[in-house]
Design a protein around this ligand. Structure first.
Ligand code: HEM
Length: 413
């Protein structure tokens, strides 16, 4: 991939372009542009036993919602052969080297390592995770077939690039710290390589792309123009943690990669309709979301409107969050911990919807509630006026088992 031009882009855009490009040349250009001394180093011992335990260190906004790290890489890996004990040690040493190079902090590096069903098949074990499949009737996604997924996340663009290169044995000293081992010989790079970003004002910087209209709000952290991930609509980390069995303390990851039809979203509909479709018709009627959602604080208040879902659909319009919230637990706890981010991979705006849940069945249940097939025909269509379905196109799905940290390196069970 061609490197972005530093002379034509603002600094932040240039750096994000380098993350999207990837590779040693992009890393070198990135390191030339940033002040590397600002990245804190760490120790493996400071990391908790759950790989997905990020909330304690994530930044928070004024209302107390977690703020996701700004830069993301989804690194796909394939086994080079059937691994043995020496490989396990090598992989663990590589991850521990990264943990010395970068603090357990969004300014350092947050990462998870997950394994797909093909990994378990290759080591001759019954996969504890289902193969991905299409979930809704309107999609025909590609399915992730690679063995291992490493999600790298940091507020610093050079960190995700450098950690990726270091793991693959293509960089020597990330953040000035020597790697005691790399994944070379055990893993090879798989496909696809995916990248993304999230943060206030970032989506609006892509309006030079044909598919990104000028009307993306200046301060929105996500392409569709609203905040997301309000504390009250996210699962607590405990709720997504596996409770028993060999992977007790772990979680699962589903990644749904989506394209967004932003021109239709912003140009066909007005703010009132966007709020109604994304949150609920009552949110629009009561003007609860006059801007990007700042006024909601830490809660969308969606629980007040969940019982009206079928009625709203029969009246001709139903909201995305309203539909999805139907799948909350009986006590009102949301079962999914969403850690999704924007992307322009393939030069098209989209979302890598990365989400943790205790079991993939939890994801499927919520995704079906969001699809709202049960509502179609009542007053809304399969996708028309049925939340945001008309504007999203599912390209790809993958399922991964994320073991607890002590078993993250080539798990055996
Ligand atoms: C382009 C894609 C998407 C966008 C822009 C989007 C946006 C949003 C927004 C703005 C909210 C309300 C604010 C919040 O509670 O965080 C929300 C809620 C939610 N969305 Fe999405 N979403 C997308 C895709 C998905 C997908 C693929 C799922 C998969 C199941 C999903 C599941 C949920 C859930 C579970 C909630 C919270 C419902 C509750 O309060 O219990 N979303 N989404």
């Amino acid at each position: 991939m061609e490197l972005p031009d530093p002379d034509t882009l603002p600094r932040r855009d240039y750096l994000r372009g380098l993350v999207a490009a990837g590779g040693t040349a992009a890393l070198a250009a990135c390191l030339d542009t940033v002040d590397e001394e600002t990245v804190p180093t760490g120790t493996p011992d400071e990391r908790p036993s759950r790989q997905h335990a990020w909330n304690d260190v994530l930044d928070r906004d004024e209302a107390g919602n977690s703020r996701p790290p700004e830069h993301h890489v989804l690194l796909a890996l394939d086994l080079a052969g059937v691994p043995d004990e020496a490989d396990r040690e090598r992989v663990e040493t590589a991850f521990r080297s990264l943990e010395r190079a970068y603090a357990y902090d969004p300014d350092g590096l947050l990462f998870t390592v997950g394994y797909g069903s093909s990994y378990f098949e290759q080591i001759g074990t019954e996969p504890p995770i289902p193969q991905p499949t299409a979930i809704t009737s309107s999609e025909d996604p590609e399915l992730d077939e690679f063995d291992t997924l490493v999600h790298l996340a940091s507020n610093n663009p050079e960190v995700v690039l450098e950690a990726e290169e270091a793991l693959l044995g293509e960089g020597t000293e990330p953040n000035g710290v020597e790697m005691d081992a790399t994944l070379e010989g055990v893993f090879e790079r798989g496909q696809p390589r995916r990248t993304g970003f999230v943060g206030e004002g970032l989506p609006a910087q892509y309006t030079e792309m044909d598919a990104v209209p000028d009307s993306v709000p200046e301060d929105a952290p996500f392409f569709m123009g609203f905040k997301s991930g309000f504390a009250n609509s996210q699962a607590p980390e405990d709720r997504v943690t596996i409770q028993d069995g060999p992977y007790e303390g772990g979680t699962t990851t589903h990644v749904e990669s989506l394209d967004l039809q932003l021109r239709t979203w912003f140009e066909q509909d007005d703010h009132f309709l966007r709020v109604a479709q994304l949150f609920s018709p009552e949110h629009a009627e009561q003007d609860l979301v006059p801007g990007i959602g700042e006024e909601l604080g830490a809660s969308t208040g969606i629980e007040q409107f969940v019982d009206r879902t079928a009625e709203d659909a029969a009246d001709g319009l139903v909201g995305h969050a309203q539909k999805a919230a139907r799948a909350r637990d009986e006590d009102g706890t949301p079962p999914l911990l969403r850690r999704d981010f924007n992307t322009v991979d393939g030069d098209f705006p989209g979302v890598h919807f990365l989400v943790h849940q205790r079991s993939v069945a939890d994801f499927v249940r919520v995704r079906e509630a969001m699809a709202g097939a049960d509502l179609a025909g009542s007053g809304v269509g399969q996708s028309h006026n049925n939340g945001i379905l008309q504007y999203i196109f599912v390209n790809r799905r993958g399922n991964f088992l994320v073991p607890p940290r002590r078993q993250r390196s080539l798990p055996r069970q």
